[in-house]
Design a protein around this ligand. Structure first.
Ligand code: HEM
Length: 494
C-alpha cells in the first residue's frame, strides 16, 4: 500500500508541480473574469444567441483553444455556428465575447477599428512586446508608430534596400544546403525572415558579432508569447521577459553608439538606411518606445512571413501542375535576364514585377493557410449592427478563415487553386492581412520575401517530404514538425 502511495506521489507530484502554476494562473484568470463579468449590464439589449456559461466556463475555453486545421474554424466555432448561426456570444479567456464568422460583420468591425473598436490582445502581449508596442497601443501613439513603420516598408525601401538583402540572404542560405540531408523548412525560412528584418532594422548582417546571440534571445522571447503568464524562474514566460530585457539592453548600446558616432562626426543627421536611424532622425520616441517599436516590427514580420514561405512550399508540393507552371515562370525570368546580358544571380524590381503566377500561388497559400486565423478587438462604445447589440467593453473575435473558406465566394474553397486569382484577381473576401486602420503594413514585404525565396528554391532544387506535416493551431497555425524536407540540386540553367 505504502509503495503504491509513494509510486503515486512519485508520478503525480511532478505532474502536480508542473500543473500548479497553470492551475494558479487559471484561477487568477477566471477570478478576474468573474469580477469583470459583474460589471456588464445587458438587460434590454439584443445580444447575439449563445452560451455564456459564466466566467468559470472551463469547457468553453478548452474547446476554443483546441487546435484545428488551418483551413477550418475548429470544433468550438463549428458547434456554435450549427447551434446559433454566424454571430454568437460566449465567455472565453475571462471575458464576454462576441464571435463572428459573418463577412459583413467582420468588415464592419475592421473598418470601424479606431472608432467603435480598438486593439485588444492578451495582457502577456504587452508584457513581452512592451507597453508601447504598436501592436498593443491605440490612439495617437499608434498613429505615429504606424506612419514610421509604413515608411520603413514603403515601396522605395523595398526596391532599394529589402530586395537586394533578401536576394543575398536567400542565396547564401541555399548555398549551405546539403543534398539528401533532412532539414526543417520552417527553420530555414525563419533564418531568412529574421535576418532580413534585423538587417533592415539595425543594419546587423547575419554572421556578424552579436547577430546569432540576438537571434537566440529573440527565439526565447517568441516562445514566451504563447506560454502561460507564470513569472517564476525557468518558465517560458519568465525566460521571455529576461530575453526582452537582454535585447533592450543590447538595443540601448547600439543606440548610444549611433549617437556617439554622429556627434564624433560632427554631422546633423543620422544615417537613415535602417529603421533605427530613421526613427532617431524623425521622432522623439524614448529609448524604451524605440525598443518596443523595433521588437514589434521584427515580431510582426518574422513568424508570419516564415509561415507564408513554408505554406507556399507545402501547397505547391501537393499540386504538381502549379509547381510546373511556377517553375516555367521563374525559368522565363532567368532566360530573359540572360537574353539581355544580365548575369546576376539576384533579381531586380522589374524581374520581381514579372512574377504574376507566383503572386497567385502566394495569395492561394495565404487563403488556405490562414496564417492568422482570427483577430480580437474590443468595443469602445455600445454598438448596434445587423440587429444585435455589442456592449461597450466586450471582446469581439473575428474568424478571418470564414471569409477564405466561404463557398459563395470561392468555388471549391478547400481546393488549392492558384488559377482562381487569374480568373478573379480582386476579392473583397480576402483578409490575410486584415483590413482598415490596422491593416498589415508589411504585406508587400511578406509577398516579396516569399516570391524571392520561391524563385531561388524552384530554380535550384527538387524536393521530397521526409514526413507528412500539416499546419494546425487555434489562432496561428503551425507545422508541428516544421515541414521536414530533403532536397536535390538541379543543374544550373544555361
Ligand atoms: C504573410 C505575412 C503576414 C501576415 C499574414 C500578416 C498579417 C497581419 C494581420 C492580419 C494584421 C492585422 C492585425 C489586426 O487588425 O489586429 C497585421 C498587422 C501588422 N503586421 Fe503583419 N502580417 C504579415 C507580415 C508582416 C510583415 C513582413 C511585417 C513587418 C513589417 C508585419 C508587421 C505588422 C505590424 C507592425 C502590424 C500592426 C499594424 C497596426 O497595428 O497598425 N507583418 N499583420
Amino acid at each position: 500500500m505504502e509503495s503504491i502511495i509513494s509510486l503515486e506521489l512519485f508520478l503525480v507530484k511532478p505532474l502536480f508541480l508542473l500543473l500548479l502554476p497553470a492551475f494558479a494562473a487559471a484561477v487568477i484568470w477566471l477570478s478576474i473574469g468573474l469580477k469583470s463579468s459583474l460589471k456588464w449590464k445587458t438587460k434590454g439589449l439584443n445580444l447575439p444567441p449563445g452560451n455564456m456559461g459564466g466566467p468559470l466556463s472551463i469547457w468553453e475555453n478548452i474547446t476554443f483553444l483546441k487546435s484545428s486545421s488551418c483551413d477550418s474554424h475548429g470544433d468550438f466555432a463549428e458547434q456554435n455556428i450549427q447551434k446559433y448561426g454566424k454571430i454568437y456570444k460566449s465567455y472565453v479567456m475571462g471575458e464576454p465575447t462576441i464571435f463572428s464568422t459573418d463577412i459583413d460583420f467582420q468588415r464592419f468591425i475592421l473598418l470601424n477599428d479606431g472608432k467603435l473598436f480598438e486593439q485588444h490582445g492578451p495582457k502577456t502581449l504587452s508584457h513581452i512586446l512592451g507597453r508601447t508596442s504598436m501592436l498593443v497601443v491605440n490612439g495617437d501613439l499608434h498613429h505615429h508608430l504606424r506612419s514610421l513603420s509604413l515608411n520603413f516598408v514603403g515601396i522605395s525601401k523595398l526596391k532599394t534596400l529589402f530586395l537586394p538583402d533578401i536576394n543575398r540572404i536567400v542565396i547564401q542560405l541555399m548555398k549551405d544546403w546539403k543534398e539528401n540531408t533532412p532539414f526543417r523548412m520552417k527553420e530555414e525560412a525563419c533564418k531568412v525572415t529574421f535576418n532580413v528584418m534585423v538587417k533592415n532594422v539595425l543594419s546587423m548582417n547575419p554572421g556578424v558579432e552579436g547577430a546569432e546571440e540576438l537571434r537566440k534571445l529573440y527565439m526565447c522571447f517568441m516562445k514566451g508569447l504563447l506560454a502561460l503568464p507564470v513569472y517564476f524562474p525557468g518558465t517560458a514566460y519568465w525566460k521571455a521577459l529576461q530575453s526582452r530585457k537582454a535585447i533592450l539592453s543590447k538595443l540601448r548600446r547600439v543606440l548610444k553608439e549611433r549617437i556617439r558616432k554622429k556627434e564624433a562626426a560632427g554631422i546633423d543627421e543620422f544615417d537613415q538606411s535602417d529603421l533605427l536611424g530613421y526613427v532617431l532622425q524623425n521622432s522623439n520616441l524614448s529609448v524604451e518606445q524605440i525598443g518596443d517599436l523595433l521588437l514589434g516590427l521584427i515580431f510582426g514580420g518574422h513568424e508570419t512571413t516564415t509561415s507564408s514561405i513554408v505554406m507556399s512550399v507545402y501547397y505547391l508540393h501537393g499540386c504538381p501542375m502549379a509547381l510546373k507552371q511556377l517553375r516555367e515562370e521563374h525559368v522565363g525570368i532567368v532566360m530573359s535576364k540572360k537574353a539581355r546580358g544580365d548575369q546576376e544571380e539576384g533579381l531586380t524590381w522589374d524581374d520581381y514585377k514579372k512574377m504574376s503566377f507566383t503572386q497567385c500561388v502566394i495569395s492561394e497559400s495565404l487563403r488556405l493557410g490562414n496564417i492568422i486565423k482570427m483577430i480580437r478587438k474590443r468595443a469602445t462604445k455600445d454598438v448596434h449592427f445587423k440587429g444585435y447589440d455589442i456592449p461597450r467593453g466586450w471582446s469581439v473575435i473575428l474568424y478571418l478563415v470564414s471569409a477564405h473558406m466561404d463557398s459563395s465566394v470561392y468555388e471549391n474553397p478547400e481546393k488549392f487553386d492558384p488559377w482562381r486569382w487569374k480568373r478573379n484577381p480582386q476579392s473583397t473576401a480576402f483578409l490575410p492581412f486584415g483590413q482598415g486602420l490596422r491593416k498589415c503594413p508589411g504585406q508587400e514585404l511578406a509577398r516579396m520575401e516569399t516570391a524571392i525565396f520561391l524563385h531561388h528554391f524552384l530554380l535550384n532544387f527538387e524536393w521530397e517530404l521526409v514526413e507528412s506535416d500539416h499546419p494546425m493551431g487555434y489562432a496561428i497555425p503551425q507545422f508541428l514538425k516544421g515541414l521536414p524536407l530533403k532536397v536535390q540540386r538541379l543543374p544550373t540553367l544555361n
